[in-house]
Design a protein around this ligand. Structure first.
Ligand code: NDP
Length: 296
């Protein structure tokens, strides 16, 4: 079997176009422009690239982008004061604090100081609890993007066996909750899982979110399974820098029914879902109907 490639880049462009349409409608019919505030503390080069590209795409879909760049030695007090200001600013519908934060800042405290209804990353403890209890919440962007691609490919996921490799708070756990919400039978695997190959071989859906280059070989994949590769790993091969996922793409593509590539799979969906979440937050803040197909 040669797997169908799930083109995350094209899917993300479709999601962004849908968001842009809805934003234009909101402006025309309600005079409202959704606004996303991104807070970056310090000068981590990768974070700077992410923040720049988030800002650019926010503007491209017609939303307002507010960037707050703070010095690396910004105090917790000053950062919390900024978040408080953004929480109370009616022009700001979404707030994202770029992680990781410098070591002297308490990430949990900072994230939990964001108004949960503006927490477009879905990391606030209230949103984690709402997702876990199957209530309306802000859903973390990466797992939301994976869910959208799976729903698009399969229609219903009901009754499928899903394995999520990785149990982080930002990917693995919310991904498992979302799959459970769509009535999959879910296994969460991690570094202490016994006989991981065997666990993965049972799965109709494999979501790999580990952070280990090409760790999942093709012979772990059940014939015809759908493979979603969240991993982004920078490696050097043949003297060149390369991005690879957590799955060995070449061998997995020979057995899977469908697979996301790296790059061009989950990555582009993450920013598209951030924009979708900002639109959703704006609609909720204004008691307007939520955009269809852009939430969990
Ligand atoms: P974390 O490091 O927070 O979590 C990794 C998880 O993998 C842990 O639960 C860990 O288990 C598990 N793990 C580690 N080694 C093994 C192993 N040998 N076998 C089974 N499980 C293992 O990573 P994140 O969840 O933040 O990210 C995962 C990957 O996804 C990274 O490559 C990251 O760059 C990428 N990513 C991509 C995004 C995108 O937009 N495409 C967004 C976010 C992340 P344990 O808990 O036992 O230690």
């Amino acid at each position: 079997m040669v797997a169908q490639v799930i083109d995350g880049k094209a899917f993300a462009a479709k999601v962004r176009a849908q968001v842009a349409d809805q934003v234009a409608k909101l402006k025309e019919e309600n005079g409202i422009t959704p606004g996303l505030a991104v807070v970056l503390v310090g000068e981590d080069p990768a974070s700077q690239v992410y923040v720049r590209s988030k800002g650019k795409m926010t503007v491209e879909v017609g939303m307002n982008s507010y960037e707050h760049k703070l010095d690396v030695d910004t105090s917790e007090e000053d950062l919390l004061a900024l978040i408080d200001k953004l929480n109370n600013d009616p022009a700001v519908h979404g707030i994202l604090v770029q992680l990781p934060l410098p070591k002297h800042l308490n990430e949990d405290l900072v994230i939990n100081s964001i108004d949960p209804s503006k927490d477009v990353d879905g990391f606030h403890i209230s949103n984690v609890g709402l997702l876990g209890t199957g209530q309306k919440s802000m859903v973390p962007c990466t797992p939301l993007g994976c869910l959208m691609m799976l729903r698009d490919h399969h229609g219903s996921l009901s009754g499928m066996d899903a394995v999520v490799i990785g149990r982080s708070n930002i990917v693995g756990k919310p991904m498992a909750q979302l799959l459970l919400g769509d009535s999959c039978t879910v296994t969460i695997a991690h570094s202490r899982t016994k006989d991981l190959p065997d666990v993965v071989r049972r799965a109709d859906i494999v979501v790999a979110a580990v952070g280990r280059p090409e760790m999942v070989p093709g012979d772990w994949i059940k014939e015809g399974a759908t493979v979603i590769d969240v991993g982004i790993n920078r490696i050097e091969r043949d003297g060149k820098n390369k991005l690879v996922g957590d799955v060995d793409y070449a061998s997995a593509a020979e057995r899977a029914g469908a697979i996301t590539p790296v790059p061009g799979g989950v990555g582009p969906m993450t920013i598209a879902c951030l924009l979708a979440n900002t639109l959703t937050a704006c609609c909720r803040a204004n008691s307007l109907p939520e955009p269809e197909g852009l939430t969990a």
